[in-house]
Design a protein. Sequence first.
Length: 402
Amino acid sequence: MKVDVYKYLYLEVSSVGKRAEVQTALDHCEPDKIPLDIGGTCCSSLHRLCYQNLRKHWGMPEDTEEELLSVVMQTILPKKDFMDRIGASCWNIPLHEPSNWQLAIEENETEKWFVDEFGITWKMPKSQGLYFDLSSTPLLQVPDEKLYDFPWPDTADPLRVKGIRATAQKILQQQDRALIVGPSVPPNLLETFTWLHGFEEGYATLISNPKRSELILEKLTHLKIALWENILDEIGDIIDVVFEGDDLGGQNGPLISPALYRKSIKPWHAKLFAAIKKKTAAKILLHSCGSIYELLPDIIETGVDAINPVHLSAKNMEPEKLKRDFGDDLTFWGGGCDPQEILPHGSPQQVKDAVKKSIDTLAPGGGFVFGAVHNIQPDVPIQNIEALLEVYDMYSIPNGAA
């Protein structure tokens, strides 16, 4: 498969419409309308309860066959009627469970839990629980010499991608939306590394035991490359966006120093993204929460084309600063409204003002896909969600209101 051949196909699908608008924005040109992503990835959707509340409020029937983009985060893959209602520009192509693992949620009187493909246990309280949290860490007691014997997931299992080409082609025939694919196993490198050890022990190991760290990160990278080859051999010529993730930032700065990122994580990111780009002309969208301004020059060098969620309320993540310093190299995917204060706790007018400011700052010159910053949560008032969508629709036409 030669990239230069189907790159042409990728660009010539259509000159108008939602899919073309996403492609145009990713090429750093101003589309006819700013694309909207709500529901396109597991980190740019809605919590299932928020989704069902909106459906009820809008007089839509309950979605009785929920499909989750993330079980841990309880984020939904919305149905087509909902995506049509909000004018979403993107559609996610989900994968299948492998032959040697199936999701099995167990419960008792107080909590629910499941064990993922790595043997990590995740738990959620039954009373007022909204998400599954990390509960057990399978590598914590595994010595270095036993790591090769650990039961790693089989990411090359063809069952994971069975039928996804037919699914993608059907969506392209029936809907005018950009196609996104983003596997959940393993979901990331640094995060999975810390999940396997526990957060404190994971970060400590990254510094104190570089040999063990390199062995595990190399294994995770090879697992991800095998999975992406599995996926992209099926649909690499027809998708628009490859969704990757690795939470690298906290509220006030990177979770690890730029120097440690360059030494321990960046080489594996670069290897992974290079392998992906050998298989597809689709753009690479990297999700990373938090303050990652200091890491962005290195992230760009790894081959990333776009970042999500554009965490506006984190330190050094002001949209003006990001657009000025990195707007020529990165598409900003998200960044619609501060999710920590304004969207859940502000007035509808404050939401409208914040959305307009984000559009005015990030949209000029292209390189912007509008969305809420991360998933919209159940505590966000419906009036604020409607305010966000109202102003997006009003100002999503470049050079003025619609």
